[in-house]
Design a protein around this ligand. Structure first.
Ligand SMILES: CC(=O)CC(=O)SCCNC(=O)CCNC(=O)[C@H](O)C(C)(C)COP(=O)(O)OP(=O)(O)OC[C@H]1O[C@@H](n2cnc3c(N)ncnc32)[C@H](O)[C@@H]1OP(=O)(O)O
Length: 447
């Protein structure tokens, strides 16, 4: 079977940043370590006044097409995953295709376009759709572009405000891919949940603490489902485990739970038995409460062991590097975790063609999905070309008053009583220019 997977990746960050420990924490009256150590975040990316989900997605897609030498006619499909759409009917992919057609000679008339929604999971689902379309032989030898793009803003004062972010990832899905091959095995954990939602509103209604528990429960179910369709999982089989990362502290919890689950009844559990005992088994306890208390105690000890620390520091911690700098990018979040892993491998000059990643995606509402990906020969050349570090360094550092202005500019229902100037100069990129006669958003390319 010909390999299908991710052949190219391009990232676009919002061009502004908010320093969480330095600027946000003092205004909240919080200890800066709540952000750096608790949530695990240093900065959030924000969109400048001329940026939105379309400009960020189009800029990432243009970077990808230019690097891959693609013209519009070469592309058979454009799918956008977002939970920040401003249009209930016209998909964001049409806006993005319209932007791209301003700068290329050809057009995307014969490309299939769509928009995928399942909170942060939608990007992974759009990759699945592209994979299935290629596998079904309906692609006429053309690749698909999958774009994940979000302005992940919360209402002012919401606890989620600390985890905001804005950015886009464009990925080329093709046969014989350069970066990773996708596996056919997948595990799902899915339930109707009311934890994080946006019923006809821009900013989410969030039950923050419950959303954390829902994430963990769906991940456990997805892991069990994945185990049921594959041979037993051994954690040492995976070079990295990129998770959906709303904030790194969330992944810290998920990774510990996954580790406990996977080592049960293995030599790893035996090796830890002298140090912290064996894992509590429910049958050994009088009631569920006592069992759960024993599990909590075991987990508290497990996370301090050398065995766990060594796995976490190698397979999980490196996946959080970009997230710490940009915040939550919703649909892009797991995809920047994958890129963080690949960048770590590059820095370490790691030879890992043929190695596997265990990729754990999640969307509120709620569903988790787990699958494996195999590293391909061309990964190094692709990852070396990424300019995300330069983009991050070039971000404009907002003061508190400027942050308040930026948040207001991007709030749809805000009746702004003041002009907010752009903070950065657009240079070789798409920008938002205003509204057209049918209330559509308009864009231009600035040389
Ligand atoms: C949104 C998605 O993308 C989909 C999902 O993944 S849903 C799962 C995640 N949910 C979200 O991201 C929802 C949006 N976020 C939120 O609502 C909030 O950020 C939140 C509820 C997750 C946390 O908000 P909060 O209540 O203000 O923070 P709080 O729980 O007090 O502190 C956060 C962490 O910092 C720790 N902390 C606090 N002060 C600290 C300090 N001075 N030093 C070190 N750590 C500190 C806390 O102990 C806590 O860690 P633990 O959970 O490990 O105990």
């Amino acid at each position: 079977m010909t390999a299908v997977g991710i052949d190219g990746i391009e990232i676009w960050t919002g061009k502004l940043k908010l320093d969480l420990p330095g600027t946000f924490a003092p205004e909240q009256g919080d200890d800066p370590e709540k952000y750096t150590k608790g949530l695990g975040l240093t900065n959030s990316s924000f969109p400048d006044v001329y940026e939105d989900i379309v400009t960020m997605g189009a800029n990432a897609a243009k970077g990808l097409m230019d690097r891959k030498g693609l013209e519009p006619e070469d592309v058979g499909r454009i799918d956008v995953a977002t939970e920040s759409a401003f249009d209930h009917s016209k998909p964001v992919s049409t806006y993005i295709a319209g932007c791209l057609e301003q700068v290329y000679d050809g057009d995307f008339t014969h490309a299939n376009k769509g928009e995928r929604k399942f909170a942060c999971l939608a990007g992974t689902q759009a990759i699945d759709d592209a994979y299935n379309w290629i596998r079904a032989g309906r692609n006429r030898d053309r690749p698909a572009i999958v774009i994940t793009t979000d302005t992940a803003l919360y209402a002012r004062g919401d606890p989620g405000e600390a985890t905001q972010g804005a950015g886009a990832v464009a990925m080329l899905i093709d046969e014989d891919p350069s970066i990773v091959e996708l596996s056919t095995d997948q595990g799902y954990g899915s339930k109707d949940e009311t934890d994080f939602l946006k019923p006809n509103q821009q900013f989410p209604s969030v039950d923050g603490k419950r959303s954390v528990q829902v994430y963990l429960s769906r991940m456990r179910e997805a892991l069990e489902d994945y185990e049921s369709v594959t041979d037993d999982i051994a954690l040492e089989d995976f070079a990295y485990a990129p998770f959906h990362t709303p904030f790194p502290g969330m992944v810290r919890k998920a990774a510990l739970l996954a580790y406990r689950h996977v080592i049960r009844d293995t030599e790893h559990e035996d090796a830890l038995a002298d140090e912290i005992g064996r894992q509590p088994r429910e049958a050994e306890y009088e009631d569920r409460e006592a069992y759960e208390e024993a599990i909590r105690e075991y987990m508290d000890e497990l996370k301090t062991t050398e065995q766990y620390r060594s796995w976490y520091d190698t397979a999980v911690e490196p996946t959080l590097e970009l997230s710490r700098e940009v915040g939550n990018w919703y649909t892009s979040s797991v995809h920047i975790a994958r890129v963080s892993a690949l960048r770590d491998a590059l820095t370490r000059d790691r030879e890992f063609v043929g190695d596997t990643l265990l990729v754990a995606s999640y969307g509120s509402g709620a569903q988790a999905e787990i699958h494996a990906e195999t590293i391909r020969e061309g990964w190094r050349a692709e990852i070396e070309t990424l300019d995300i570090d330069a983009q991050l360094d070039a971000r404009y550092d907002l003061t508190w008053d400027e942050y308040e202005d930026v948040h207001d500019v991007h709030e749809y229902d805000m009746d702004l009583d003041r002009e907010v100037e752009e903070f950065t100069q657009p240079d070789g990129e798409f920008v938002f220019t205003g509204w057209g006669r049918m209330n559509e958003r308009k864009y231009e390319y600035v040389e």
